[in-house]
Design a protein around this ligand. Structure first.
Ligand SMILES: Cc1ncc(COP(=O)(O)O)c(C=O)c1O
Ligand SMILES: N[C@@H](CCOP(=O)(O)O)C(=O)O
Length: 466
């Protein structure tokens, strides 16, 4: 399988190359040249497979040429062996129609672990072949940072520089990053929003003063390998609910459009998906884009679901590319317009294509609290504020009651215990696997949100590519 850029100009790469490159050199995102497709019989034959084995089956076509399915299975076995639940991503029934897919049983209590535990191993595998050093530069609104740091802390040939918006992540999220004192881990708190951090990270990939010296790598969902690993749990959930003989809908708490794009990929691969519900908080650029074609960047409003306080959704570009006939040069022009004006109108083809599979919803603060309360009082489940946006969207979606709706539970409620306690009066307890998080020493550098200062900090502390 080879990978092409959504902006049409960067060279195609194989899976290993796309994984190490992260962002394409023309500023675009890598996508597989074509979507691999499973027949209904092939999907039916996956029912009942243990998660690590299912993962290797679903991902094998994407890694072909860089890894055998057998080697991939060794890596998925190691990655998912670190999860606290045997099923890795267990499915829990809430009522007649609604289900929760618990994606928070990994080491850092959020869905990001599902992809990042594997990505850490993939980096090690591919860097071992090239002998190169990798300088990972990432942006986080809280969860990617901790999951990525856990996945690469102490690994040879890797430095990680993780930017988070100062004061805008939860205490648990911050400590999960800043208490990791391995010498290859560098936390940077910036003045600004997640969007500012993400823009600086993308800029570094195209700054030749940096890329000439350092192999800059990505752990954000701009890296295709992140999304590939997230496709697997759509298969896992749908198979348990009767796929391929029965359609399933998914409600997905959304910020950077990565998790829900993985659902789109699952559908392209043949998984019968009734609908993908894009659930935003009040930072609703995606809800506006999908409901009336208006993709214009507003100010970021801090919410109780801080990981979704995002107004520029990187992976939306992958969807626009696919729906717009995969015309990279046309999309490059459309994205250049957005970058210049902070606004963009979807084309008719993009709007109609999206409407065939996606619907969307926006959840405000009161609705978020009500959804958390509903989960607790009616189903005995504590849910976090991000998942609550998904639950609100699922319960107001109007989907045929015969179709199961699976909400992706993207974070453990203990990561956001103040908001959960405010809504329910009940404080979620911290899973023992996070250990003495609140006793540990923290290390973090505060920097103003300007690119030059951050590039200089990275250049001073990173190891050249070699
Ligand atoms: C807990 C949580 N839920 C949902 C999201 C949204 O996921 P995505 O950015 O893939 O849309 C994030 C991060 O982005 C998150 O950390
Ligand atoms: N919510 C994310 C934001 C970054 O998104 P990513 O999926 O592109 O890494 C976070 O928690 O950091």
């Amino acid at each position: 399988m080879d990978y092409i850029s959504t902006r049409g100009r960067a060279p195609a790469l194989d899976f290993a190359g796309a994984t190490l490159a992260g962002l394409a050199s023309d500023g675009g995102l890598y996508v597989p040249r074509e979507w691999p497709r499973f027949s209904a019989d092939e999907i039916a034959a996956m029912a009942g497979l243990p998660y690590a084995q299912l993962a290797a089956k679903v991902m094998a076509p994407f890694v072909a040429g860089s890894l055998t399915e057998e080697r991939l299975f060794e890596l998925t076995t190691e990655a998912y062996g670190r999860f606290a639940h045997k099923a890795v991503t267990p499915l829990v029934q809430l009522d007649e129609q609604n289900w929760l897919l618990e994606l928070f049983h990994g080491p850092t209590l959020a869905f990001k672990d599902v992809a990042l535990q594997l990505l850490g191993l993939l980096f090690e595998e591919f860097l071992g072949r090239t002998g190169q050093n990798l300088t990972i530069v990432g942006a986080t609104s809280g969860d990617t940072g901790s999951a990525a740091i856990d996945a690469v802390a102490g690994r040879d040939r890797i430095d990680i520089f993780m930017l988070h918006p100062h004061g805008r992540v939860s205490d648990v999220q911050r400590r999960q990053m800043t208490t990791v004192l391995a010498p290859n881990v560098h936390n940077i708190a910036i003045d600004g929003s997640f969007d500012d951090a993400q823009a600086m990270v993308k800029r570094m990939f195209n700054d030749s003063a940096m890329t000439d010296r350092f192999a800059i790598g990505a752990v954000n969902s701009i890296n295709w390998a992140r999304l590939m690993a997230q496709v697997v749990y759509y298969f896992a959930a749908a198979l348990q609910l009767g796929a391929p003989h029965r359609k399933v809908a998914f409600s997905v708490p959304t910020g950077n459009f990565g998790d829900v794009f993985a659902g789109y990929v699952a559908a392209q691969m043949g998984l019968p998906i009734e609908r993908l519900i894009v659930a935003t908080n009040v930072n609703d650029i995606l809800h506006r884009a999908l409901s009336n074609g208006d993709y214009s960047q507003g100010e970021v409003t801090p919410t109780a679901a801080p990981s979704m306080d995002i107004q520029v959704s990187s992976n939306f570009e992958r969807l626009l590319f696919d729906l717009g006939g995969r015309d990279g040069l046309a999309l490059a022009e459309q994205m250049a317009g957005f970058e210049a004006t902070k606004a963009m109108q979807l084309t008719n083809a993009q709007r109609e294509g999206a409407a065939a599979l996606f619907s969307s919803s926006r959840t405000d603060a009161a609705e978020m609290s009500a959804a958390i309360r509903w989960g607790w009082e009616n189903c005995g489940q504590l849910i976090d504020p991000h998942t609550a946006c998904g639950i609100h969207a699922a319960r107001t979606s109007g989907i045929d009651p015969a179709v199961p709706v699976v909400t992706l539970a993207t974070a453990h409620p203990a990561k956001f215990r103040e908001a959960v306690e405010r809504a329910t009066g009940h404080r979620p307890s911290m899973p023992s696997r996070v250990g003495d998080l609140f006793e540990r020493e923290e290390r973090c550098t505060e920097l103003p949100g300007d690119y030059d200062g951050i590039a200089e900090y990275v250049a001073t502390h990173a190891v050249p590519k070699g």
